[in-house]
Design a protein around this ligand. Structure first.
Ligand code: AMP
Length: 260
Protein backbone atom coordinates (compact mmCIF):
# COMPACT_ATOMS: atom_id res chain seq x y z
CA UNK A 1 0.00 0.00 0.00
CA UNK A 2 1.40 3.36 -1.01
CA UNK A 3 0.88 6.43 1.17
CA UNK A 4 0.98 9.76 -0.64
CA UNK A 5 1.05 13.22 0.88
CA UNK A 6 1.06 15.42 -2.19
CA UNK A 7 -1.08 15.75 -5.31
CA UNK A 8 1.97 15.16 -7.52
CA UNK A 9 2.88 11.93 -5.68
CA UNK A 10 -0.70 10.71 -5.96
CA UNK A 11 -0.85 11.36 -9.69
CA UNK A 12 2.51 9.61 -10.14
CA UNK A 13 1.35 6.61 -8.08
CA UNK A 14 -1.74 6.25 -10.28
CA UNK A 15 -0.07 6.94 -13.63
CA UNK A 16 0.68 3.26 -14.29
CA UNK A 17 -2.76 2.09 -13.15
CA UNK A 18 -5.01 3.77 -15.71
CA UNK A 19 -5.63 0.57 -17.69
CA UNK A 20 -7.99 -0.76 -15.01
CA UNK A 21 -10.87 0.78 -13.07
CA UNK A 22 -9.90 3.22 -10.31
CA UNK A 23 -12.22 3.45 -7.29
CA UNK A 24 -12.06 6.29 -4.76
CA UNK A 25 -13.29 6.17 -1.15
CA UNK A 26 -13.10 9.64 0.42
CA UNK A 27 -12.84 9.55 4.23
CA UNK A 28 -11.91 11.74 7.15
CA UNK A 29 -10.31 8.80 8.96
CA UNK A 30 -11.25 7.37 12.38
CA UNK A 31 -12.26 4.38 10.30
CA UNK A 32 -15.09 2.12 11.43
CA UNK A 33 -17.18 -0.67 9.88
CA UNK A 34 -19.12 1.90 7.80
CA UNK A 35 -15.90 2.92 6.04
CA UNK A 36 -14.97 -0.76 5.71
CA UNK A 37 -18.20 -1.42 3.81
CA UNK A 38 -17.25 1.35 1.35
CA UNK A 39 -13.73 -0.05 0.99
CA UNK A 40 -15.11 -3.56 0.40
CA UNK A 41 -17.48 -2.27 -2.29
CA UNK A 42 -14.58 -0.39 -3.90
CA UNK A 43 -12.30 -3.46 -3.73
CA UNK A 44 -14.95 -5.57 -5.40
CA UNK A 45 -15.55 -3.15 -8.28
CA UNK A 46 -12.13 -1.61 -8.92
CA UNK A 47 -8.68 -2.72 -10.02
CA UNK A 48 -7.11 0.06 -7.97
CA UNK A 49 -8.61 1.30 -4.70
CA UNK A 50 -7.65 4.78 -3.54
CA UNK A 51 -8.71 5.99 -0.10
CA UNK A 52 -8.34 9.63 0.81
CA UNK A 53 -7.77 10.44 4.46
CA UNK A 54 -8.29 14.14 5.00
CA UNK A 55 -10.11 16.00 7.77
CA UNK A 56 -11.34 18.77 5.50
CA UNK A 57 -11.31 22.05 7.44
CA UNK A 58 -13.53 23.71 4.80
CA UNK A 59 -16.54 21.58 5.74
CA UNK A 60 -16.43 22.28 9.49
CA UNK A 61 -18.24 25.22 11.02
CA UNK A 62 -17.44 24.99 14.71
CA UNK A 63 -13.68 25.09 15.48
CA UNK A 64 -14.31 22.76 18.45
CA UNK A 65 -15.77 20.13 16.10
CA UNK A 66 -12.75 20.35 13.78
CA UNK A 67 -10.18 20.41 16.57
CA UNK A 68 -11.90 17.61 18.48
CA UNK A 69 -12.36 15.40 15.41
CA UNK A 70 -10.75 12.00 16.17
CA UNK A 71 -7.41 11.60 14.41
CA UNK A 72 -5.74 8.19 14.52
CA UNK A 73 -3.71 7.97 11.35
CA UNK A 74 -1.47 5.02 12.21
CA UNK A 75 -4.47 2.86 13.08
CA UNK A 76 -6.35 4.05 9.98
CA UNK A 77 -3.41 3.10 7.76
CA UNK A 78 -3.35 -0.39 9.26
CA UNK A 79 -7.10 -0.76 8.72
CA UNK A 80 -6.78 0.47 5.13
CA UNK A 81 -3.93 -1.96 4.45
CA UNK A 82 -6.00 -4.86 5.76
CA UNK A 83 -8.94 -3.75 3.61
CA UNK A 84 -6.78 -4.06 0.50
CA UNK A 85 -6.39 -0.36 -0.29
CA UNK A 86 -3.70 0.31 -2.91
CA UNK A 87 -3.08 4.02 -2.36
CA UNK A 88 -3.90 6.22 0.63
CA UNK A 89 -3.83 9.93 -0.15
CA UNK A 90 -3.38 11.72 3.19
CA UNK A 91 -2.42 15.31 2.45
CA UNK A 92 -1.79 18.09 4.93
CA UNK A 93 -4.37 20.91 4.77
CA UNK A 94 -1.93 23.24 2.98
CA UNK A 95 -1.62 20.78 0.09
CA UNK A 96 -5.36 21.07 -0.58
CA UNK A 97 -5.76 24.73 0.37
CA UNK A 98 -2.44 26.51 -0.19
CA UNK A 99 -2.10 30.20 0.70
CA UNK A 100 -4.19 32.28 -1.70
CA UNK A 101 -6.76 29.52 -2.28
CA UNK A 102 -10.11 31.07 -3.29
CA UNK A 103 -12.13 28.77 -5.56
CA UNK A 104 -15.29 27.12 -4.23
CA UNK A 105 -18.08 24.90 -5.52
CA UNK A 106 -21.57 25.73 -4.39
CA UNK A 107 -24.58 23.49 -5.07
CA UNK A 108 -26.95 26.32 -4.46
CA UNK A 109 -30.33 24.78 -3.60
CA UNK A 110 -29.65 21.23 -2.38
CA UNK A 111 -26.66 22.50 -0.43
CA UNK A 112 -28.66 25.14 1.44
CA UNK A 113 -31.40 23.03 3.09
CA UNK A 114 -31.41 20.71 6.13
CA UNK A 115 -27.71 20.09 6.96
CA UNK A 116 -26.81 23.11 4.84
CA UNK A 117 -29.15 25.32 6.81
CA UNK A 118 -27.78 24.18 10.18
CA UNK A 119 -24.13 23.98 9.06
CA UNK A 120 -23.56 27.05 6.88
CA UNK A 121 -20.84 26.42 4.29
CA UNK A 122 -20.70 22.68 5.01
CA UNK A 123 -21.63 21.48 1.53
CA UNK A 124 -19.52 24.15 -0.11
CA UNK A 125 -16.58 22.55 1.69
CA UNK A 126 -17.71 19.02 0.84
CA UNK A 127 -18.36 19.71 -2.86
CA UNK A 128 -15.07 21.59 -3.24
CA UNK A 129 -12.90 18.94 -1.62
CA UNK A 130 -14.65 16.13 -3.50
CA UNK A 131 -14.20 17.88 -6.85
CA UNK A 132 -10.53 18.42 -6.04
CA UNK A 133 -10.17 14.73 -5.08
CA UNK A 134 -11.90 13.73 -8.34
CA UNK A 135 -9.39 15.80 -10.32
CA UNK A 136 -6.39 14.43 -8.44
CA UNK A 137 -7.44 10.76 -8.46
CA UNK A 138 -9.60 10.72 -11.63
CA UNK A 139 -11.63 7.74 -10.38
CA UNK A 140 -14.07 5.79 -12.55
CA UNK A 141 -16.21 5.28 -9.45
CA UNK A 142 -16.43 7.05 -6.10
CA UNK A 143 -18.05 5.35 -3.11
CA UNK A 144 -20.19 7.17 -0.52
CA UNK A 145 -22.34 6.12 2.43
CA UNK A 146 -26.13 6.42 2.59
CA UNK A 147 -25.50 7.65 6.15
CA UNK A 148 -24.78 11.08 4.63
CA UNK A 149 -27.77 11.08 2.26
CA UNK A 150 -27.69 14.81 1.57
CA UNK A 151 -24.00 14.63 0.74
CA UNK A 152 -24.87 12.04 -1.90
CA UNK A 153 -27.69 14.22 -3.27
CA UNK A 154 -25.40 17.28 -3.44
CA UNK A 155 -22.58 15.34 -5.12
CA UNK A 156 -24.92 13.69 -7.65
CA UNK A 157 -26.13 17.17 -8.57
CA UNK A 158 -22.54 18.42 -8.92
CA UNK A 159 -21.54 15.42 -11.06
CA UNK A 160 -24.53 16.04 -13.37
CA UNK A 161 -24.18 19.83 -13.47
CA UNK A 162 -20.44 19.80 -14.17
CA UNK A 163 -20.63 16.82 -16.58
CA UNK A 164 -18.13 14.81 -14.57
CA UNK A 165 -17.29 11.39 -15.98
CA UNK A 166 -17.59 9.24 -12.93
CA UNK A 167 -20.13 7.02 -11.24
CA UNK A 168 -21.19 7.47 -7.64
CA UNK A 169 -21.97 4.25 -5.77
CA UNK A 170 -23.95 4.52 -2.54
CA UNK A 171 -23.40 1.93 0.18
CA UNK A 172 -26.18 1.25 2.76
CA UNK A 173 -25.74 2.61 6.29
CA UNK A 174 -23.88 0.26 8.62
CA UNK A 175 -25.38 0.16 12.12
CA UNK A 176 -24.37 -1.24 15.47
CA UNK A 177 -26.44 -4.20 16.71
CA UNK A 178 -28.61 -1.76 18.71
CA UNK A 179 -29.50 0.23 15.56
CA UNK A 180 -27.26 3.28 16.03
CA UNK A 181 -25.60 4.25 12.75
CA UNK A 182 -21.82 4.03 13.02
CA UNK A 183 -20.17 7.43 13.11
CA UNK A 184 -16.71 8.67 14.03
CA UNK A 185 -18.49 11.03 16.44
CA UNK A 186 -20.14 8.19 18.45
CA UNK A 187 -16.99 7.90 20.60
CA UNK A 188 -17.95 11.22 22.16
CA UNK A 189 -21.19 9.81 23.64
CA UNK A 190 -21.24 8.81 27.30
CA UNK A 191 -23.00 5.48 28.00
CA UNK A 192 -26.11 7.40 29.14
CA UNK A 193 -26.05 9.60 26.00
CA UNK A 194 -25.57 6.58 23.79
CA UNK A 195 -28.67 4.96 25.29
CA UNK A 196 -30.64 8.17 24.59
CA UNK A 197 -29.24 8.36 21.03
CA UNK A 198 -31.00 5.08 20.19
CA UNK A 199 -34.18 7.14 19.88
CA UNK A 200 -32.79 8.40 16.54
CA UNK A 201 -32.91 5.11 14.55
CA UNK A 202 -36.11 4.17 16.38
CA UNK A 203 -37.77 7.45 15.38
CA UNK A 204 -36.66 7.23 11.75
CA UNK A 205 -37.85 3.63 11.46
CA UNK A 206 -41.43 4.93 11.77
CA UNK A 207 -41.04 6.55 8.33
CA UNK A 208 -43.15 9.48 9.50
CA UNK A 209 -41.71 12.90 10.43
CA UNK A 210 -44.36 13.84 13.00
CA UNK A 211 -44.19 10.51 14.84
CA UNK A 212 -40.41 10.63 14.65
CA UNK A 213 -40.34 14.10 16.25
CA UNK A 214 -42.54 12.94 19.14
CA UNK A 215 -40.26 9.96 19.78
CA UNK A 216 -37.13 12.12 19.69
CA UNK A 217 -38.52 14.84 21.93
CA UNK A 218 -39.89 12.42 24.49
CA UNK A 219 -36.46 10.71 24.61
CA UNK A 220 -34.94 14.04 25.62
CA UNK A 221 -32.73 14.68 22.60
CA UNK A 222 -32.62 18.12 20.94
CA UNK A 223 -34.06 17.99 17.44
CA UNK A 224 -32.42 20.27 14.85
CA UNK A 225 -34.62 18.95 12.06
CA UNK A 226 -36.61 15.88 11.14
CA UNK A 227 -38.12 16.00 7.66
CA UNK A 228 -38.79 14.15 4.46
CA UNK A 229 -35.97 15.35 2.23
CA UNK A 230 -36.68 15.69 -1.50
CA UNK A 231 -33.84 13.44 -2.61
CA UNK A 232 -34.07 10.52 -5.03
CA UNK A 233 -35.54 8.57 -3.31
CA UNK A 234 -37.42 10.72 -0.77
CA UNK A 235 -35.65 10.21 2.54
CA UNK A 236 -36.66 10.74 6.15
CA UNK A 237 -33.65 12.58 7.57
CA UNK A 238 -32.88 13.99 11.01
CA UNK A 239 -30.18 15.78 12.93
CA UNK A 240 -30.18 15.79 16.72
CA UNK A 241 -27.94 16.81 19.55
CA UNK A 242 -27.36 14.40 22.40
CA UNK A 243 -25.51 16.42 24.99
CA UNK A 244 -22.88 18.25 22.93
CA UNK A 245 -22.67 15.57 20.23
CA UNK A 246 -24.47 16.16 16.95
CA UNK A 247 -25.77 13.05 15.19
CA UNK A 248 -27.42 12.59 11.79
CA UNK A 249 -29.24 9.61 10.34
CA UNK A 250 -31.81 8.87 7.65
CA UNK A 251 -33.91 6.16 6.05
CA UNK A 252 -34.85 6.12 2.35
CA UNK A 253 -38.64 5.90 2.05
CA UNK A 254 -38.70 4.28 -1.43
CA UNK A 255 -36.28 2.55 -3.78
CA UNK A 256 -34.24 4.91 -5.98
CA UNK A 257 -35.77 5.71 -9.41
CA UNK A 258 -32.89 6.99 -11.49
CA UNK A 259 -29.68 5.08 -12.14
CA UNK A 260 -26.52 7.10 -12.52
P1 AMP B 1 -16.47 10.44 6.97
O1 AMP B 1 -15.12 9.83 7.26
O2 AMP B 1 -17.35 10.58 8.14
O3 AMP B 1 -16.39 11.65 6.09
O4 AMP B 1 -17.20 9.35 6.07
C1 AMP B 1 -16.59 8.85 4.89
C2 AMP B 1 -17.61 8.07 4.12
O5 AMP B 1 -18.08 6.99 4.91
C3 AMP B 1 -18.83 8.89 3.71
O6 AMP B 1 -19.20 8.56 2.39
C4 AMP B 1 -19.86 8.47 4.70
O7 AMP B 1 -21.18 8.58 4.22
C5 AMP B 1 -19.49 7.01 4.91
N1 AMP B 1 -20.03 6.52 6.17
C6 AMP B 1 -19.90 7.09 7.41
N2 AMP B 1 -20.59 6.38 8.33
C7 AMP B 1 -21.16 5.34 7.66
C8 AMP B 1 -22.01 4.26 8.05
N3 AMP B 1 -22.40 4.09 9.29
N4 AMP B 1 -22.41 3.39 7.08
C9 AMP B 1 -22.03 3.54 5.79
N5 AMP B 1 -21.23 4.54 5.36
C10 AMP B 1 -20.81 5.43 6.29
Amino acid sequence: MKITRTIAETRAALAGRRDGAVGLVPTMGALHAGHLALLAAARERSDTVVMSLFVNPAQFGEPADLNGYPREEQRDLEVAREAGVDVVFAPPAAEMYPPGYQTWIEVTELGATLEGEHRAGHFRGVATVCLKLFHVVRPDTAFYGQKDAQQVAVLRRMVADLNLELELVVVPTVRDADGLALSSRNVRLSPEERARALALPRALATGDPETARVILESAGVDVEYVAVAPFDPPTLAAAVRVGTTRLIDNVPLEPRKEES
